[in-house]
Ligand binder design. Sequence first.
Ligand code: NAD
Length: 471
Amino acid sequence: MKISVAMGDGIGPEIMGAVLKIFEAVKVPLEFEQVAMGKQVALAGEPTGISAEAKSSVESTGILFKGPMETPKGGGYKSVNVTARKMWGTFANKRVYRSLPGVPTALGRPLSLTMVRENIEDTYGAIEHMQTHDVAQCRRLITRPGCEQVHRYTFEMAARKGAHRVTCGHKANIMKQTDGLFLEAFYAVAKDYPQLKADDVIVDALAMHLVTRPEQFDVIVLPNLQGDILTDLAAGLVGGLAYAPSANIGDEICIFEAVHGTAPDIVGRDLANPTALLLSGTMMLRHLGLSDHADLVELALEDTLQSMHARPDLREPLPVFSTSRFTEKMLSFLAVRPAPKGTARMPERMPRREPVMRVSPGPDRTLMRGLDVFLESALPPKVVAEHLMGIHDQLKLKMISNRGTQVWPTGSAFTDCINHYRVRFESDEGVSQRAQLAVLAACADRFTLCGCEWLREIDGRRGYSLAQGQA
Ligand code: NAD
C-alpha cells in the first residue's frame, strides 16, 4: 500500500527523517510517496501550500503522514495544516495522551486520556471581516451535521476502545446558540450508545479538572478552538508537546501528524524530539491494520526514552535531548528483534446511519421575526434610536446593543461604547424578506451599514441570542 508523506517545515525534515528510518527498520510494508507541501510551495505562489502533485497523491492514497508546517502570523498565506484538514474533510482530530516511561509528567502520576477536537468549523472557518476601521468580526459557524459527524465518530471510537465515559466540553452557558447546538447534538448521538456514560462540563471548569484530576476523564470531545487550547494543556500533562500525537479522521482521507509546530527555535540543532510524530505514525499503522509493527515501535520507544532519561540521582536535571541519539537507540533496539509480518489494509469506513451532510427532514418550520442591523455611528445610542424609530410599520425597533451589551432602551451610563451598534428590529409575527429588506434600505439611508443578520424562529424556538441585559 502506498501512502503520501510530506516532510514539513522547520524541524519537520529532521523528525520525519528519523521516523522513516525507524519504520524502515521494522520493515513497515508501506510505500512512502513524498509530496511537496508547506512554506516553500506557498511562497512559490500556490496559496494553499499544497502542490498539484501532492493533492492528487493524497486523494489517491487516502493517507497523509505529515511533518509540521509553518503559518505566518497576522498576514500572509493561510495555514496549510488547516487547509489540508478542511479540504480533505477530516472532521475529527483525535489526540491521545499517554504518559511514557522515563518522561516526567506534570502531576507525577500516569495518565491515559483521549481527546477529540472538532476539526473543520468554529472560528477556524476564519470567516473574518473588518466591520469598521476599528471593529473586526469572526463569524463562528457551528452546524448540526458537522456536530453529529464528530460526535458519532467520538462515540464509535470510544465504544471500540472499551471506554466507559464520554464527556463533552463546551461553553453553552454563554454561547447558547452555537455551543448549545454542539451540546444538543452530543446528547442526541449519545442515545445510540447507552453502554457509555455521556456527560458534559463547561470548558473553563474542564480546564481546571484536567490539571487537578485528569484521570477522572476517559474520552473528551470539544469544539475546534476550545479543543485546540485544551489539547495543548493535556500535552503539558504528559510531558509536553513533544509527546502529543494526533490523527485527523475523515471518511475518505486521514492525516497523521504531531500536535506541535515547526519549533523554529531549535531547527538544525539536533534537539528536535521525534516522539510525537512517531506516535502519530503508530496511530497510522494501527489504522492500517499494522498493529504488530506499531506495538514493536512503541516497545522500542519506551525503552529508548527510559534509557535516554535515565538519571542515577533523580535530582539531576534531565539530559539534553538529541535527535540523532534517539534515532540510534531506537534502531539498535529494533536491530535485535525480528520484524513483524502482516500487510496493510484500508480500514472500514465509519458506519453511517444516514447521509451525514443533509438538510433536516420534515417541513421547514422557520419563521422570520426580524433583523439585526450592524451600523457605524459615533452618535449616542439615544440619538441613533431617534433616527430609526418608526421606519417600518411591522418591524419595530426593539433594542440597540454595543459589543453585545444593551444600551437602548435601557442601559447604564457606565457602559463603554464604540462606534459600532447592533440595532434590532423585531415583530411578534412572521415577516417577509421584503419587509426585512425595506428596513435595511431605510437604515442605509441614515447610516453606514456594516452587516446584518436575519432573526429566525426555528421549530418554535428563538434562533438568536438576546443582548446582555435584554429581557
Ligand atoms: P511549536 O509547537 O512549534 O513550538 C512550541 C515550543 O515547543 C517551542 O519551544 C519548540 O521548540 C518546542 N517543541 C515543539 N515541538 C518540539 C519537538 N518535537 N521537540 C522539542 N521541542 C519541541 O509552536 P509555535 O512556536 O507556536 O509555532 C511554530 C510554527 O509552527 C508556527 O508557524 C505555527 O503556525 C506552526 N504550527 C504548525 C502546526 C502543524 O503543523 N500542525 C501546529 C502548531 C503550530
